[in-house]
Design a protein around this ligand. Structure first.
Ligand code: ADP
Length: 255
């Protein structure tokens, strides 16, 4: 199967001296939901920022659909959708106005624009909320509106950075179902520190610790290879990452 992302020996050292990525290499096949899992500070966002043209690596190479983001950022941007960790919508405007704005920015003709807005709103189940202001939406609807926004440019590859963090359990389930649906038509690159989410959604995961990839495999293979006793997937990953249950509860408290 064709690789849509190829990362080869990427290093990133911030000006502060922090080594955020150390010799990171992996590839993502077309059609996968590929997960990057690791605790806060592992380097997930740094990696996403490099692949999505927001940041340059210190050394090493990467390509997105064969294109180097540092050489042809515009070409890469036309292929991808990015759901950042932080909200990127105009809060005082409606979902419709936000989608229209982004569509216009992407150069959609006005006759295409309405169709596209209706299509992505339908996919995310926000059609009857199109006229609601972002500031008036619940967390789950806001997240769905944000994902709708990332789809306006017909991405081949969608980057989702912690898409269910902060959402309540039922809403997170709904968002995961949507991600699974979307993956029928595009490749998805998912950063998460929710191990159950990674297990449920991802065809393969890369485990990132302090900037290094420890392993890349299917969640099931990792589980089968490393499971001790009655451990669940989160326990297995916690062991691999060398963090105990106390650390995990601290992490969850942060959410
Ligand atoms: P994650 O997304 O897994 O939480 P990040 O990529 O945000 O991890 O961070 C990886 C490491 O790089 C952390 O030690 C973080 O403090 C550091 N870092 C992130 N952004 C910057 C920045 N702009 N300048 C300096 N250090 C940074």
């Amino acid at each position: 199967m064709k690789s849509i992302v190829v990362v080869d020996e990427i290093n990133k050292v911030y000006d502060s001296g922090t080594e955020a990525l150390k010799s990171v290499s992996f590839d993502v096949k077309e059609g996968e939901i590929f997960g990057i899992i690791g605790v806060n500070g592992a380097g997930k966002s740094t990696l996403i920022r490099i692949l999505t043209t927001m940041l340059r690596q210190s050394s090493g190479t990467c390509t997105v659909d064969g294109i180097d983001p540092s050489v042809a950022p515009e070409s890469v941007r036309s292929l991808i959708g990015v759901l950042p960790q932080e909200a990127g919508m105009y809060e005082e405007f409606s979902i419709y106005e936000n989608l229209k704005f982004i569509g216009q920015m992407q150069g959609l003709e006005s006759n295409m624009l309405e169709d596209k807005i209706n299509e992505v709103a339908g996919l995310l189940g926000v059609t009857d909320r199109l006229d609601t202001r972002i500031s008036e939406l619940s967390g789950g609807l806001k997240q769905r509106a944000m994902i709708a926004r990332t789809l306006m440019g017909d991405p081949k590859l969608l980057f989702l950075d912690e898409p269910t963090t902060g959402l309540d359990v039922l809403v997170a389930r709904k968002v995961r179902a949507i991600i699974r649906d979307l993956s029928k038509n595009m490749t998805i690159f998912l950063a998460t520190h929710n191990m159950h989410e990674a297990y449920q959604l991802c065809s393969r995961v890369a485990i990132l610790k302090e900037g290094e990839i420890l392993m890349v495999d299917t969640p099931k293979q990792i589980f089968d290879d490393y499971k001790k006793g009655d451990q669940d997937f989160e326990d297995v990953i916690a062991d691999i990452l060398g963090i105990d249950e106390v650390d995990i509860s601290v992490l969850e408290a942060e959410l």
